[in-house]
Design a protein around this ligand. Structure first.
Ligand code: SAM
Ligand code: ZN
Length: 364
């Protein structure tokens, strides 16, 4: 492998990329990681130990150690990456609070427990969810970059990885996050634990879920009760959530009479906890993090807790009317007595409890 001479500084930490992987496009995601860890410690539950399971250069774990004072384990299966991590620990003077391991993620996760387990692999986290669910005492932070399987573009791969049928439509990014959350909730339920959503988003090709871990079979049952399906009419855009793992899913659209398609099982519950999002946004502001991270978390905080969103351009195209601003759409829906919000998934889209026929009437 060629040695990358690049030296990267993110906040309190400077790393040499060396023989490890580094993606500059995920700096915003690491900002949100640090702020989420800080917010969790301040407002939810005290945390001490953090496992950066897929550490690469070590930048994420080193930032957690340097900026939050956490006791961090930095792991990578690749011995070259481990060499880079060790050098970066020394150059940042963090030897007193960092341990390095060179293991396959599942081996380490099955051996040791951590307050927070961070899974940031290449592609799918699915092979690690079972072991991560056992290892994490308080919080899971899970990345998925296999957007094609999650969002329905690679149907069979999505079914293999997540035991869910995805759907490739205008809100496929949200379907992807919900399929991922469903897989996390089920992995936790196997060990009598519940997924407590804190902040979940899709940005570029990066799906990320921050969830608290709550113990007990009863809370796991309540979590699993938030699984279900979405029936979608590709003809008119009508969609309806159907709760349960073996529900009767309607297959005829009640608006246009065409055939509906089902996607799931996926998580139908909340994507975020608004109070937690506000704490994360506060941490980002205090740390003078970039505007992208703050904007994303602020939108998540205000997102209506309904399982899909509508793309205004698509609706306006079908109605042959010009689009207006999203704020104007939200105002119109609000004046008509519906709830509505922006969505972080798309700048041209909105969430609402109005159905497609009601939206069309209001936009006309
Ligand atoms: C996407 S990179 C991690 C990026 C890093 N978290 C960051 O924020 O910059 C994935 C890393 O996981 C390592 N890896 C891949 N499979 C692994 C496995 N099964 N167990 C442990 N590490 C693994 C790779 O060597 C690579 O360094
Ligand atoms: Zn229809």
């Amino acid at each position: 492998m060629t040695i990358n001479q690049q030296r990267i500084t993110e906040h309190a930490v400077t790393v040499d990329v060396g023989e490890a992987f580094y993606n500059p496009h995920t700096t915003t995601d690491r900002e949100i990681t640090i702020a989420s860890l800080a917010a969790f410690d301040r407002t939810v539950d005290h945390i001490e130990t953090y496992l950066d399971t897929f550490s690469a250069t070590g930048i994420r774990g080193l930032r957690a150690a340097a900026e939050l004072g956490l006791v961090v384990t930095l792991n990578d299966r690749d011995p070259d990456a481990v060499g880079t991590i060790k050098r970066n620990i020394v150059s940042n003077g963090l030897g007193h609070c960092c341990e390095v391991t060179n293991e396959d993620a599942n081996v380490l996760l099955n051996k040791k427990r951590f307050d927070v387990v961070d899974i940031d692999p290449f592609g799918s986290p699915a092979p690690y969810l079972a072991a991560a669910s056992r290892s994490a005492r308080r919080m899971l932070a899970i990345t998925a970059t296999d957007t094609a399987p999650l969002c329905g573009a690679h149907l069979k791969s999505g079914i293999r990885k997540y035991a869910a049928v995805p759907m490739n439509n205008e809100y496929h990014a949200e379907i992807g996050v919900r399929v991922l959350m469903g897989a996390i909730a089920r992995a936790l339920a196997v060990v009598d634990r519940a997924m407590v959503p804190l902040l979940s988003y899709a940005r570029r090709h990066y799906h990320r879920v921050y969830a608290g871990v709550s113990r007990g079979a009863a809370s796991a049952d309540r979590s699993i009760a938030q699984m279900g399906f979405i029936a979608h009419c590709p003809h008119c855009g009508f969609r309806i959530p159907v709760a349960g793992l073996a529900p009767i899913v309607p297959d005829v659209c009640r608006i246009c009479g065409n055939r509906m398609q089902a996607t799931g099982p996926l998580w139908l519950g909340a994507l975020h906890n608004p109070a937690f999002c506000e704490s994360v946004a506060q941490e980002l502001r205090n740390r003078e993090s970039g505007g992208d991270a703050i904007k994303l978390v602020e939108i998540c905080k205000c997102e209506l807790a309904v399982p899909t969103f509508y793309d205004q351009h698509r609706i306006c195209h079908a109605l042959k009317i010009p689009p207006i601003t999203i704020d104007a759409v939200i105002d119109k829906l609000g004046s008509a007595g519906f709830s509505a919000s922006r969505t972080h998934f798309s700048g041209t889209s909105f969430k609402t409890d109005a159905d497609i026929r009601e939206i069309a009437e209001i936009l006309r």
